[in-house]
Design a protein around this ligand. Structure first.
Ligand code: NAD
Length: 317
């Protein structure tokens, strides 16, 4: 495959880049480095090309398609780091997605895989959230990502839009796991927001990607999750234990912020039925595997799309 990965210098994009290069494919990363890092990519790899630029710029996207001639597209670029910046979120998540989808259609690509956030469901009526639950996003990130996904769904392209639980693994720099790890290691206090989230291991994410990228795979929207929710306090306990802090230092519980959702757990049953995917890793294994990676490589910058204080980490999705 010749795979164009937008946002390829980010957490998911760089993990996929590494994996597809290892499997012998050609990769072009298009990234504006808003939250991604060139250092996450295998520099000098003969089958990797890197283009620094924004998907919001239609001519840049056009150049990427003309120069690289991708057969497959993974659209991982997304803006979220300033929850008040509706303009940037709209430029990247709506206009940028339109540019990528239009260019992919003109190029006749074989598959486009898009990533969507559970925030598209807004405050759900029931947990776990079925994939056909209504879209009711209420944040700049959620609304703009939903608009992008809806445009893709109307495009006629062979696509899969993966609605992701918190994908957890190497280079994860968002949410409670890296936040607790960094703060506890520095001897700082933590708060746990009273929220429930679902987590999926990077290896299980790779497995669903293989199924979603396959020629002839079903088109549509898919929840990617274990279907099981866990409290932020459970994560805190695992991180403290991993760092040898026994008993764990006190951590007060705080109510979720106004732009947060108390419980987000996606129902993966349709994904199992349509793609044949089942997650293999347990929650505790997933968190511990990520902490072991931090021990070896450290944590990079921590961003959040939530406007909650940094001292009150919550999950980001
Ligand atoms: N990681 C998760 O668990 C998770 C959960 C739900 C959804 N997602 C979605 O998955 C995708 C990847 O997320 P991630 O966790 O790797 O985040 P990330 O911030 O690490 O990656 C996003 C990448 O997009 C790049 N980018 C931002 N604006 C751009 C623009 N205008 N043009 C080109 N590149 C741009 C950033 O520099 C970054 O490298 C996003 O679409 C996100 O909405 C991720």
């Amino acid at each position: 495959m010749r795979i164009l990965i937008t946002g390829g210098a980010g957490c998911l994009g760089s993990n996929l880049c590494e994996r597809y290069l290892e499997a012998g494919h050609d990769v072009l990363v298009l990234d504006n480095l808003a939250t991604g890092h060139l250092g996450s990519l295998p520099g000098g790899h003969p089958r990797l090309a890197i283009m620094e630029g924004s998907v919001a710029d239609r001519s840049t996207v056009g150049r990427a398609f003309t120069a690289f001639r991708p057969t497959h597209v993974i659209h991982a670029a997304a803006a979220y780091k300033d929850p008040g910046d509706w303009i940037e979120d709209t430029r990247t998540n709506v206009e940028g997605t339109i540019h990528v989808v239009d260019a992919a259609r003109a190029a006749g690509i074989a598959r486009l895989v898009n990533f969507h956030t559970a925030l598209g469901y807004g405050r759900p009526d029931r947990i776990p959230i079925p994939v056909d639950a209504p879209a009711r996003p209420f944040t700049s990130y959620g609304i703009s990502k939903q608009a992008g996904e809806d445009y893709l769904a109307m495009s006629g392209l062979p696509f899969a839009s993966l609605r992701l639980a918190n994908v957890t693994g190497p280079r994860l720099a968002i949410g409670p796991i890296p936040t607790f790890y960094t703060r506890l290691k520095a001897g700082k206090s933590c708060f746990c927001s009273r929220t429930v989230r679902d987590f999926v291991d990077m290896e299980d994410f790779f497995a669903v990607m293989d199924l979603a990228m396959a020629d002839g795979a079903p088109t549509g929207r898919f929840n990617v999750s274990t279907g099981t929710g866990h409290t932020i306090r459970e994560i805190y306990a695992i991180v403290a234990d991993h760092l040898g802090l026994r008993p764990a230092p006190e951590a007060a519980e705080v109510e979720p912020g106004a732009d947060d959702v108390p419980a987000v757990v996606l129902d993966p049953s349709e994904t199992t039925a349509r793609l044949g995917w089942r997650p293999r890793y347990t929650f505790a294994d997933t968190v511990r595997r990520t902490l072991a990676w931090y021990d070896r490589h450290g944590v990079t910058a921590i961003y959040s799309h939530l406007s909650v204080p940094a001292a009150a980490p919550s999950a980001a999705e």
